[in-house]
Design a protein around this ligand. Structure first.
Ligand SMILES: CC(C)(COP(=O)(O)OP(=O)(O)OC[C@H]1O[C@@H](n2cnc3c(N)ncnc32)[C@H](O)[C@@H]1OP(=O)(O)O)[C@@H](O)C(=O)NCCC(=O)NCCS
Length: 189
């Protein structure tokens, strides 16, 4: 099985969003959204501990594009279909192509939060994983204190499988518990 040989659509839509792989030049829009959202991202995202420069955001986007092309990690950017504004970022990570397991991650820019965009994106990306990537297992993992993230998983019909105690360290280096939600073929779909 050679993942690089897989044909994978680079973009699809939900009712309000264009969801697509990163492209050269997307860094400026991501930089603006991250700077606006840093206070909300900082407690949960290890990469959001300082203000990124424009160049750092563009480097991250270009890495994501290369990873998408080699199918090692499928980052997906979320754009408002009407305005073209970047709403947030998501994607399918920690991929195991043999078992077809994927993990969905996400963040929303603060001015677009609490409007259901991330739940909408998670539902569309889940369908993409099932229909285009033949997913057998789709996970959502979050710090057990991250109630907004857990609510996205619950609203999207993911099942809480368990809470792994002292599973990782948070962005301040303190031990944290990790909630694991999933959808698996034959049970949830
Ligand atoms: C986790 C995160 C993405 C959740 O964002 P969010 O805006 O709460 O999620 P959604 O876009 O799905 O919006 C859902 C909220 O909008 C409300 N809402 C308003 N209009 C809605 C609509 N049309 N459809 C669905 N929900 C809607 C919902 O009631 C819900 O609010 P509630 O959680 O208070 O019940 C966001 O808090 C974030 O970016 N956090 C920092 C990064 C992070 O923690 N990422 C996850 C790491 S595991």
């Amino acid at each position: 099985m050679k993942p690089i040989m897989l044909s994978i659509p680079e973009s699809f839509e939900s009712s309000r969003l264009l969801i697509r792989a990163a492209r050269w030049g997307d860094g400026a829009g991501v930089n603006e959204a991250v700077l606006e959202s840093l206070a909300e991202l900082k407690p949960w995202m290890p990469w959001a501990q300082h203000e990124p420069t424009l160049e750092e955001s563009e480097v991250s986007i270009r890495r994501s594009r290369l990873e998408f092309l080699e199918r090692s990690d499928l980052r997906l950017l979320l754009y408002n279909k009407e305005t073209g504004q970047l709403v947030g970022s998501s994607g399918l990570h920690r991929i195991n192509w043999q078992s077809r397991r994927f993990e969905i991650g996400y963040w929303v820019r603060t001015s677009c939060s609490r409007q259901g965009y991330i739940t909408e994106a998670v539902e569309a990306i889940t369908n993409y994983a099932i229909n285009e990537l033949q997913a057998n297992r789709i996970e959502i993992r979050c710090d057990s204190r991250n109630t907004s993230s857990a609510r996205v998983a619950e609203r999207s019909g993911f099942t809480l499988e368990g809470i792994l105690r002292n599973e990782a360290c948070d962005t301040e280096g303190n031990l944290r518990d990790t909630m694991i939600f999933s959808k698996v073929r034959g049970v949830e779909y």
